[in-house]
Design a protein around this ligand. Sequence first.
Ligand code: DC
Length: 216
Amino acid sequence: MITVDGPSGSGKGALSQLLARRLGYRLLDSGAVYRILALAAQRHGVVLNDCQALVRLASQLDMRFEITADGGRAIFLEGRDVTRDSRTERCGNAASKIAALGPVREALLHRQREYARWPGLVADGRDMGSVVFPQADLKIFLTATLEERARRRYKQLKEQGIGASLDAVLNELAERDERDRNRSVAPLKPAEDAIVIDSTDLSIDEVLEKVLAVVR
Ligand code: DC
């Protein structure tokens, strides 16, 4: 079991996918779980501060992850493909808002722990090493400067054909980081026994090699 935590745009998503592929492990994208819940709230007309209704939605959340023919990942909510919708900044922001609610996190806890099965798991998120899988064999906390993370996210959005300005992406990331770091439940911070890697000046392959060296 390997956990990879860090802020948006640190490269943790890409690192987790590469690690899972190299080691033949399962992958849990816990950010996607919060994003799917945000989309479910939107679909069912639940406002983002209605904690009780969100907890109900979370406990019945009908979500599915699939590997596509080209090796990518597809996300389904109630049988509908929401891969694209789930990746927008708007959805990420909504996810960050509901993720600040303790009872919602609690309701999603066992859904996430279900993924810890043979042959192993790479869990990607904010609190994977600190709260969800404190017994993990290896905990990575990936960081990068805000500017570099904004540049990466901007490039990614452009590649996906999603329009945004670099300034807007940077401001939204800063706002989201602030909320994720300062919330009272499971705030974004490295677990005490995590290895912190700054990826600002590293390519994803260099980060991967560093982590694989530790695994070995
Ligand atoms: O990693 P991401 O950008 O897909 O995550 C979207 C939001 O979900 C993030 O801003 C905070 C929340 N989140 C969380 O609180 N805990 C996690 N383990 C993963 C994501």
